[in-house]
Design a protein around this ligand. Structure first.
Ligand SMILES: Cc1ncc(COP(=O)(O)O)c(C=O)c1O
Length: 401
């Protein structure tokens, strides 16, 4: 334990996917031909119209502090996006922008969590939900939603977990890591339960909205359950849709009273999101949407390639993701087997370590997402690399005895 680490920080861990990706980079630097499937970001460049908008903003002198939770123009761009893509009408007072969806979620949790308040996290979950909750004095409550449930929360699984301390339900569609998406009917069925518990709020993390392959249109929780507006926060951002992970702009639509508190927190933490990134995000949200369509088609082709490749490996169980850019195969068959050097595969962390060491493929163990034994693979990589990676996973898993 370091003398510099407060008790609340000792409750959390650095992000496992960043740890694995760092290990992969080190191996690569040492000359190993590792393919890194561990990170969650598009491999495309930010579209040129967005880059130009940032440059123009700099030249116009938009280089000063802005209102803490975003410029009025950015908020209007977010309002336009919600209207155009989700049929939702919000007002500026509902919108809160921050340095990425991650900070939006952090602000909303910080605004509301009292010590011991419960945050319900269906697993597999994005790990930051758990660590943020712990950091803010809350108590994560995990509901396991395995492959047999399509990795989705059902009303029957949700209802018995809710207590008077339950403050948030974290919903993430499309999901990182499973790629599962909820239909309007599924969201409505969950909404019927949530409506019976007025203190419970829903954080609907829709950051992967644009990376979506299902036949029915994407369903935002706010559109599916408009009667729950006072209990709903929609989280989204430009990172995944427009290949803008480094620009750090995320936004929320929240009840106005909550958005105000989130802005207050922001004003005392980072002041405002970068003024130039805000200008870039305005162009992303209101300019040509061609990039989104092209990127989606490419991700879908990669998904088809990766899923059929993994499904053909004896012992791998997999379902087709309907969104995001991750595959989440179940590797239960391989637990208890031994590597050629005799090492026993006791957990999915052992399998991820083995696949990195022997297969030269970096992915993230299901344990990092609260559900084992699984392995998350990002397919935000070229098709050639993906094809080699799937072959290597096949050979390495086959070599287990
Ligand atoms: C489910 C989920 N929510 C939120 C985020 C954070 O997005 P941003 O880069 O806008 O902070 C990520 C990023 O990996 C994510 O996977």
């Amino acid at each position: 334990m370091s003398g510099y680490e407060a008790a609340r920080v000792r409750l959390i861990e650095p992000s496992p996917s960043i740890t694995i990706s760092t290990a992969a980079k080190e191996l690569r630097a040492a000359g190993e031909p590792v393919i890194d499937l561990s990170l969650g970001e598009p491999d495309f460049d930010t579209p040129p119209n967005v880059v130009e908008a940032a440059y123009a903003a700099m030249k116009r002198g938009e280089t000063r502090y802005t209102p803490p939770d975003g410029t009025p123009t950015l908020k209007d761009a977010v309002l336009e996006k919600f209207q155009r893509e989700n049929g939702l009408s919000f007002e500026r007072a509902n919108i809160s922008c921050a340095n990425g969806a991650k900070q939006v979620i952090f602000n909303a949790l910080m605004a509301t969590l009292e010590p011991g308040d419960e945050v319900i996290c269906p697993a597999p979950y994005w790990g930051s939900y758990i660590d943020m909750t712990l950091l803010l004095g809350g108590a994560p409550k995990v509901i396991k939603c395995p492959i047999g449930d399509g990795f989705k929360l059902t009303p029957t699984a949700l209802e018995p977990v809710i207590t008077p301390q339950s403050r948030w339900l974290m919903l993430n569609s499309p999901s990182n890591p499973s790629g599962a998406t909820y239909s309007t009917d599924e969201l409505r069925a969950l909404g019927a339960v949530i409506g019976r518990h007025p203190r419970l709020m829903v954080m609907s993390d829709e950051i992967y909205e644009q990376i979506y392959y299902a036949d029915e249109p994407f369903a935002s929780f706010a559109a599916a359950c408009p009667e729950l507006a006072d209990q709903t926060v929609i989280v989204n951002g430009v990172a995944k849709a427009y290949a803008m992970t480094g620009w750090r702009i995320g936004y929320a639509a929240a009840p106005a009273a909550l958005a105000r508190v989130m802005g207050k927190i922001q004003s005392q933490s980072t002041s405002n999101p970068c003024s130039i990134s805000q200008a870039a995000a305005i162009e992303a949200l209101t300019g040509s949407q061609n990039f989104v369509t092209t990127a989606r088609a490419e991700f879908q082709a990669r998904r088809d390639q990766v899923i059929s490749g993994l499904a053909a490996i004896p012992g791998v169980k997999i379902i087709e993701p309907t969104g995001a850019f991750y595959a989440f195969p179940n590797l239960g068959t391989f637990i208890g087997r031994r590597a050629p050097d005799g090492i026993l595969m006791e957990t999915d962390t052992d399998l991820a370590t083995y696949l990195l060491r022997e297969g030269k493929v970096a992915g993230v163990q299901g344990a990092a997402f609260g559900l084992s034994p699984y392995f998350r693979i990002s397919f935000a990589l070229s098709r050639a690399n993906l094809s080699t990676a799937v072959e290597r996973i096949h050979d390495a898993l086959n070599a287990l005895q």
